[in-house]
Design a protein around this ligand. Structure first.
Ligand SMILES: [Zn+2]
Length: 299
């Protein structure tokens, strides 16, 4: 039985395209819509990947992308987003240069320093044509290390034509993770379709984890559920082969997917005896700042 869930990868952003995605998944892309989903599906906390509006510039660097699903513009103090939603600062790698990299880190530090809801840093490799291990990211990796927050990377297929797939390959995480053994890395979407590569990188490196978000889309029809059965068996086979139960996290990529469909179908990949780790415990360890936010610990 699944008692409580942390959604380790969703989006909290009110743009037209996302409104339409939510409709296709039988949901509503709104604050109320998300809170209703959380209540009915035992989602105690969710990690939103910042891809929304640009933060104001304070230090002359490239500013992070934040979250905002309507209402007042994002504010750190007091935090004006729901208490059960934290976020990763989104990186616009193509705009970072050797000249502004340090000042960019200062823009990011502003949030890490002031806001316990700021949980990590999200890189959009494949959407941004830059390798994760590019030297321009070094000051951001240093920040992740000093604030003990993970670095998440988009990995695998992309949803537009600007991106080049070689940047989103999970093997690129091996290079960054080896150079930074003190930083936790998350391969988002388990590198789909380079799943075997992603599993190998996570298995080899103690500091590499994966989220299982965005593996299908919209509301699943019974036909579609049957079509993905072989895919689910394939992933389960490799997962069992490696036995990396401490490395995997539940994620949705909401509003891309229908949430009850997603919870049920990911449960077919992960054996029931590992649901506790998959749906909850591992995310609490990787996005460790969640522990200091009241809603989960109850303290
Ligand atoms: Zn995403």
């Amino acid at each position: 039985m699944i008692e409580m869930i942390i959604d380790a990868h969703m989006h909290y952003f009110n743009v037209e395209g996302f409104d339409e995605l939510a409709r296709l998944a039988d949901h509503e892309n709104s604050r109320r819509g998300w809170q209703d989903i959380c209540e009915t599906n035992h989602i105690a906390f969710s990690v939103a990947m910042g891809n929304s509006y640009d933060a104001p510039c304070r230090f002359g660097g490239v500013t992070p992308r934040l979250i905002n699903l309507g209402g007042e513009p994002f504010c750190v103090q007091p935090y004006n987003q729901p208490d059960n939603v934290g976020y990763c600062l989104g990186v616009q790698s193509e705009e970072i240069t050797p000249g502004n990299a340090e000042r960019t880190a200062m823009e990011f530090e502003y949030y890490l320093q002031r806001d316990p809801h700021c949980l990590g840093i999200k890189f959009y490799m494949g959407y941004q044509n830059v390798h994760l291990y590019d030297p321009r990211h070094e000051p951001l990796f240093e920040l992740a290390k000093s604030y003990d927050v993970p670095v998440a990377m988009h990995s695998g297929e992309t949803a537009n034509h600007h991106g080049r797939l070689r940047y989103s390959h999970p093997l690129t995480v091996d290079e960054a993770a080896c150079r930074h053994p003190d930083v936790r890395f998350v391969i988002c979407h388990m590198g789909n379709p380079w799943i075997v590569d992603a599993f190998e990188v996570a298995s080899k490196n103690e500091n590499v984890f994966m989220d299982f978000s965005g593996l299908w889309e919209h509301r699943l029809t019974p036909e579609r559920e049957r079509e993905i059965e072989d895919f689910q068996k394939y992933v389960r086979m490799w997962l069992t082969y490696h036995g990396i139960w401490d490395k995997i996290m539940y994620g949705s990529d909401w509003p891309l997917v229908n949430i009850p469909d997603n919870i049920r179908n990911l449960g077919k990949i992960v054996p029931e005896e590992h649901w506790g780790e998959f749906y909850y415990d591992n995310a609490l360890r990787v996005y460790s700042r969640i522990k200091i936010i009241k809603t989960v610990t109850g303290s």
